[in-house]
Design a protein around this ligand. Sequence first.
Ligand code: COA
Length: 245
Amino acid sequence: MVDLLLHVGGTAGRVRRDTNESANFGLYKHKDCEIGRAGGRVKSCEKRARRKMTKQWQPLHANTLTTRNYLETFIEKQKPQMKIETNSVTLVDYRDAEHAGRLSSWLRSPHVVQWWGETSLDEATSTKSNGGSRIILIDKMLAGYVHWHVLDRAELDEAGLNDIPEGGIDLDILIGEAAFLQKGVGAQALRLTVDFLRHKYRPRFFSMCTQIENARAIACYRKVGFVIVRTFKENGRAYYFLRGF
Ligand SMILES: CC(C)(COP(=O)(O)OP(=O)(O)OC[C@H]1O[C@@H](n2cnc3c(N)ncnc32)[C@H](O)[C@@H]1OP(=O)(O)O)[C@@H](O)C(=O)NCCC(=O)NCCS
């Protein structure tokens, strides 16, 4: 397992892949150069760009639309072997002014609607029941969203979860940018969230609920240490209740 470093306008987007070779290259955009494979066009682009920075060679800057597209294109081409390096995943406070637009568009994305259903921005960011939210970043790029709230007796009873004690913190998560699905980002974001919440609130336990058909979510949650406790039904759908820590 070798690290590849994507330097995006000075910030490094660490990407891991299974390979025998390693490369350390920057992400530059040539007026007629499309991003290719590691060790291929990108690498030679960078060598030349480093030698002389001409008008034709421009480093890509983090968070610009162009950079996002290039990085996503690059990652898409490397599927499925590449994983995002865990230390490039961080969380920041969700702020309406900065993040509402992006979160709204994520909530309308088909891969999110499939499992979150039609969820409004207000529902997703509700601070009732001691809820809170974080935005998941990969370096400086907005990648996803995690939300939590404290389980109360009424909610648990309504779902038929009479045997589950109240006071646990229930988590919801989505990776909004489809290009970053299944690259270890969800698992790392959950680890960070649980660490932070455990330290701050010392809850009785953490939980996650997911439809039993959501194999990717289940695999992700189990990887982090959650275990399936039981099934329950809501709106005619079968869900797993997973408990952790
Ligand atoms: C669920 C979600 C947050 C997980 O985040 P992620 O970054 O995609 O997950 P990870 O990459 O950390 O882990 C996914 C794991 O599922 C595995 N997986 C993917 N599809 C699978 C399938 N059909 N069956 C079994 N495992 C599967 C992957 O191989 C990976 O495991 P690995 O790292 O051991 O290879 C993300 O996929 C997502 O946002 N999905 C859309 C919204 C959603 O479903 N939210 C949760 C609602 S409860």
